[in-house]
Design a protein around this ligand. Structure first.
Ligand SMILES: Cc1cc2nc3c(=O)[nH]c(=O)nc-3n(C[C@H](O)[C@H](O)[C@H](O)COP(=O)(O)OP(=O)(O)OC[C@H]3O[C@@H](n4cnc5c(N)ncnc54)[C@H](O)[C@@H]3O)c2cc1C
Length: 224
């Protein structure tokens, strides 16, 4: 890990993996990883569909020596990176430690869909406040991906093009509309119900006849 960057954050380090794997096992497009590597979760980021075309970003140098910080965040995925960034912005001396390189695991290889909704709110029924605190934060920050890209000028192909939940079946459409009610009324999100020609115009196809469009969603390139 290197020292603090100009903006007060610490540069992300690259320490050897506990398993001794990581970039030293890097496969190339010519030599794709084998089944065992997928099963073990050791497929290198260079084999991701996002990086094979354009290459992985350069890795940071390994941590040399000791480093003092008020807070150490372990893992530079979406969660750790966001936490470290917001701590640094709050003036807290933070070090972000990564075993491979930022976005090495799920954060650098996902589908890149930025959804402004949660799959199942029933999970909050088991939490003391019914998830009130979390859902209030979600309401305030559900566009955080786009906000951070704009604020820091991150060239990650972030496009707030909307998230379209599409279906061919009217019965499913009614359920999707019912689920959307919470997001439009309680979370204040712009939501549209589409069918027929509007769906065709949106998708360029007649395959899906119904859809719920969440305007605040979109996409991002996880490689960045
Ligand atoms: C195939 C797939 C598709 C997905 N598609 C989407 C999508 O379209 N939209 C969406 O919102 N979500 C999607 N997700 C989910 C999303 O990618 C994850 O929820 C998110 O990336 C998790 O981030 P994280 O920071 O918690 O974990 P991770 O991304 O796993 O980051 C953890 C980091 O910690 C590091 N680390 C672990 N142990 C140590 C250690 N001991 N020391 C130092 N570093 C360590 C790892 O190397 C890694 O970089 C998808 C996930 C997958 C797998």
């Amino acid at each position: 890990m290197t020292g603090p960057a100009d903006d007060g954050t610490h540069a992300t380090g690259n320490i050897p993996s506990p398993t001794g794997t990581g970039q030293r096992t890097a496969a190339t497009a010519a030599h794709p990883p084998d089944h065992a590597a997928y099963e073990a979760g050791t497929v290198p980021i260079t084999s991701s569909g996002w990086t094979t075309a354009s290459g992985a970003l350069p890795a940071h140098a390994p941590l040399q020596g000791d480093l003092d910080a008020a807070v150490a965040v372990v893992g530079a995925g979406l969660a750790g990176s966001s936490l470290a960034l917001h701590l640094a912005e709050a003036g807290i001396d933070v070090a972000l430690v990564e075993a491979h390189q930022p976005g090495w695991r799920a954060s650098g290889r996902n589908a890149g869909h930025v959804l402004p909704t949660l799959r199942d709110r029933r999970v909050f029924e088991r939490i003391a406040d019914g998830g009130k605190a979390f859902l209030e934060l979600f309401r305030e920050h559900h566009t955080i991906t786009f906000d951070l890209a704009r604020r820091h000028g991150i060239a990650c192909d972030a496009v707030q093009s909307g998230y379209l939940h599409a279906t061919q079946r009217r019965g499913v459409f009614e359920k999707l509309k019912a689920a959307a009610h919470y997001w439009s009324t309680e979370q204040g999100q712009p939501v549209q119900f589409l069918s027929g020609d509007a769906m065709r115009a949106m998708t360029g196809s007649r395959y899906y006849t119904f859809g719920v469009l969440y305007r605040d969603g979109g996409r991002v390139n996880p490689r960045c």
